[in-house]
Each structure stands twice: as C-alpha cells, then as structure tokens.
Design a protein around this ligand. Structure first.
Ligand code: SF4
Length: 339
C-alpha cells in the first residue's frame, strides 16, 4: 500500500468538492472493498475523504407518503436488522444477511455495497491483462477459468459479474439511488444504476465523476407477504453467489397480480426480465408457469465453459425460489427450504 492522506469531510458538499479537487482522492466509508483493492494494488488513492460520520448520510427514515430512506453510510447489518426493514422489506433483510460475513456486514455501508467491484480473479491480479482494470489489455476469463462468471449481458470485452446480494433485492424492490455531485443532486432508478460491460467494462455503474451516493429509497410496496431470497454458492457462508434469486410476488389467492424476479451472480448487474414478469401476471402460481418465466429470463444465456452449469442452476433456482415465495415461512431462521 502507498502512503496517503486522511481527512474527514464536514458535509456532503465539502466531501464532493474535496474528491473533485484531485483524481487521486476518493471517498471512504466502510472500506471493506476499497482496502482489498488497495492491498491487491488495483487502486492507489493518495487521499481519503472519510464520510462515515456525516449526519446527512446516516439514519433510516420513514418517508412522507410511504417508503423508507436508507442512509448511504448506514452499515449493512444495521439496515438488515432495522425493525421497519425486517417487517416491511424482509426480502432486503434476507438478502443482506446472505452476503459476506457478520464482521463485514458490521462494517460495510449501504452506499459501498452498491459500489463494490467484481470478484473476477483476473481483475485482482495486476500481473495479468484485464479490460476492466486496464482497458484494451484483454479478457483472460473468456478462455480461462470462468466458473464464477456471467451468462447474461456479457460483451467481447468482459464477462464479469456484479457480486452483491443486497442489490439483487434492491433491484426487485425498484429502489431509487439518491446521489450528490458537483452538478447538484439527482435520483437514479435502480435498474439504471449498474451497467452492462459493453465496450466500457472499466465502468461498473452510471455515476458521474465525483458523485456521492447519499441514500437509497425503498418504495412503499415491500412485498412482505410473498417473498424469498435464495443464494446458491460453493460454501454456506462467506462466499459469493454462483446464482442468487430475489422473488417478490403479489398474489390474489393463487393468481399472480405482480411478480418481480431479480437474479444475482449471472451478469454485470442485477438481472431482471420485464417480459418474464409480465408473463406471470394473471397466471396461476405453479411450478410450470415459473418454469416458463425462467426460460424467458434466461433467453440468450451463454456459458463460457466452466460456468455452463449456471444456466441450468439458474433455471432451477428461479423455480425453487418462486415456490418458496409462496411459503414465506420457509424464510424464517432455521426453517427448511421448500422441496
Ligand atoms: Fe477483467 Fe472482466 Fe475479463 Fe474479468 S471478465 S478478466 S474483470 S475483463
């Protein structure tokens, strides 16, 4: 690690202007991914602007007219165990608690969770080419070891996946990301926040330069009756998803009024299919219909060798998780998943 300066920002405006003043200055909140990137010599900031203590970024507030605002500097664990999140947005709570380890969740922040970078092995090895780390250098993952990599939305330049669990639930809930930057504030719909690699795999999201995430808004509708988060991984804990699924259903008896299905571990962003969700509207909640929706979600899925298995795994995970959403009691600690 290189030597660096450490400063605390006095407010959001100060934080943004300090980071905008030098390309080698960056925000630090939980630092759980930043320190990894730094140790692996992927990033080398000369100055850190600490935003942890900023009152504007803290707290979880119920909004007028419904909905919940999650401060960007609130820790992931505090978000997951917040009583309103647990009661009204249990899908989010469940997804957060599936991520990382208790120690990391105690340190990582909501804003940082959205900004974590891929866990592609080649990206973390500065000795090998990588288009995300060094644009134009190549992508060894395509013909290399790609068990963890994407099956949807890939490009010639990059097949990396976005590793968050929390963001898969935020995508399903249609969250909104509030940011502040040199040009003022704006709100970004969650589906537009992360991007596909295309020909700019170095860009993970659509934040403009020096913009800071200030909060994430959850809409009033929390789908707290029929929801499920399923994460399939190599280890039971402290492992990134091979495939994860967030399902939120609104039911009228056995008829689906609204369906939201988001996948993690399969693309450079949480993956949703409007076509599949529309297909389910008005249909009976059966394994057959969920299977047809899964086929729509996975249209165009393509493996690269080691990760070919993810296509079948994702299909089975979608069907199983949608069935689990019909029985949300299976989400309780210690409960057995649906067969
Ligand atoms: Fe780099 Fe993306 Fe290829 Fe991984 S998949 S080596 S991050 S370009």
């Amino acid at each position: 690690m290189n030597n660096f300066e450490y400063k605390q920002a006095s407010n959001i405006k100060d934080a943004v202007s300090q980071v905008a003043a030098s390309e080698h200055t960056t925000f630090i909140a939980g630092g759980t991914n930043l320190i990894d990137l730094w140790k692996y010599n992927i990033t080398h900031p000369a100055e850190l602007i600490d935003i942890n203590h900023l009152i504007e970024l803290s707290g979880i507030l119920e909004m007028e007219g419904g909905g919940l605002r999650l401060g960007a500097a609130v820790k992931n664990a505090d978000t997951a165990y917040h009583p309103v999140v647990e009661q009204k947005y249990p899908l989010l709570s469940k997804a957060i608690l599936a991520g990382a380890s208790a120690q990391i969740r105690n340190m990582a922040t909501n804003g940082g969770n959205l900004l974590q970078r891929t866990r592609c092995y080649y990206f973390y090895d500065p000795e090998v080419p990588c288009n995300k780390r060094n644009p134009g250098s190549g992508c060894p993952a395509k013909d290399g070891y790609n068990r963890m990599h994407a099956i949807l939305g890939t490009s010639e330049q990059c097949i990396a996946v976005f590793p968050s669990d929390m963001c898969v639930a935020l995508a399903a809930l249609n969250a909104m990301v509030n940011v502040s930057g040199p040009e003022g504030t704006r709100a970004i719909p969650f589906k537009e926040f992360h991007r596909l690699p295309g020909d700019r795999p170095d860009l993970d999201n659509n934040l403009k330069e020096n913009e800071l995430i200030t909060s994430v808004d959850l809409p009033e509708k929390g789908f707290n009756k029929n929801y499920s988060y399923l994460k399939l991984r190599d280890r039971h804990s402290y492992a990134f998803a091979l495939v994860s699924v967030a399902t939120a259903l609104e039911l009228d008896g056995t008829i689906i009024r609204e369906a939201r299905i988001a996948l993690g571990g399969v693309a450079h962003q949480p993956w949703r299919s409007v076509e599949a969700e529309k297909f389910l509207e008005g249909k009976t909640a059966t394994a057959e219909n969920f299977s047809m929706a899964a086929d729509l979600i996975l249209q165009g899925a393509k493996g690269f060798g080691d990760n070919d298995f993810k296509i079948q795994l994702a299909k089975k995970a979608i069907i199983r998780n949608c069935l689990m959403a019909l029985r949300p009691e299976t989400q309780l600690p210690g409960a057995q998943p649906a067969a």
